[in-house]
Design a protein around this ligand. Sequence first.
Ligand SMILES: Cc1cc2nc3c(=O)[nH]c(=O)nc-3n(C[C@H](O)[C@H](O)[C@H](O)COP(=O)(O)O)c2cc1C
Length: 208
Amino acid sequence: MRKSFLIALISVGTMLAQDLKPIVLPPPQTDGGRPLMQVLKERKTSREFSGEKLSPQVLSNLLWAAFGINRPEGKRTAPSAMNWQEIDVYAATADGLFIYDAKANRLEPVLAQDVRAATGTQPFVASAPVNLVYVADIAKTGSVGSDAELYTSADAGFIAQNVYLFCASEGLATVVRGSVDRAALAKVMKLRPEQKIVLAQTVGYPKK
Ligand SMILES: Cc1cc2nc3c(=O)[nH]c(=O)nc-3n(C[C@H](O)[C@H](O)[C@H](O)COP(=O)(O)O)c2cc1C
């Protein structure tokens, strides 16, 4: 199927986000995991995923590791330039597109359509259970001029590395991806002009 046709199909989907309920995630399990040095030994990129879904608990743990709140004042598991916390973590699954609300520990519905295929240029994105999309809200960045892009890229990179380490700890497969048709995906995701897609990251169980 041609990509433009696929994106057009996704864009004219009939279900609305209000047809989807927020996914209330179980509290993240923050006391587990394997020793850091072992996890670093095993961190790697994988591009083959089984179709097995992630349970709500694994999803909660994954998102918390990615960019959850780890201190009472609301700071996060990944650093951000000047504590902007400008990266929103979207999750594209078979059920729809969601945005992670770290404070409420919920996935808020954005689109009731399966937009996984639009999150990248590589075939596995369409069937892997979760594609995270890291979107910078430029409105949240300060007056650092042309450095804003540099800082938002770095901030998304820290989140991606947290996901890599979580996946290595949990035996999950992952690949961070810069190869994304950002203009097309922004349209599908109905992003505001000040929202910029930085990176995407696929997560799932390894193919056996
Ligand atoms: C910023 C960035 C963008 C990347 N983009 C892609 C991508 O679009 N597709 C892909 O398959 N891998 C992508 N990768 C993964 C790299 O190819 C991978 O990290 C590299 O080959 C080293 O392998 P390793 O992660 O197993 O050490 C990207 C990695 C980074 C850091």
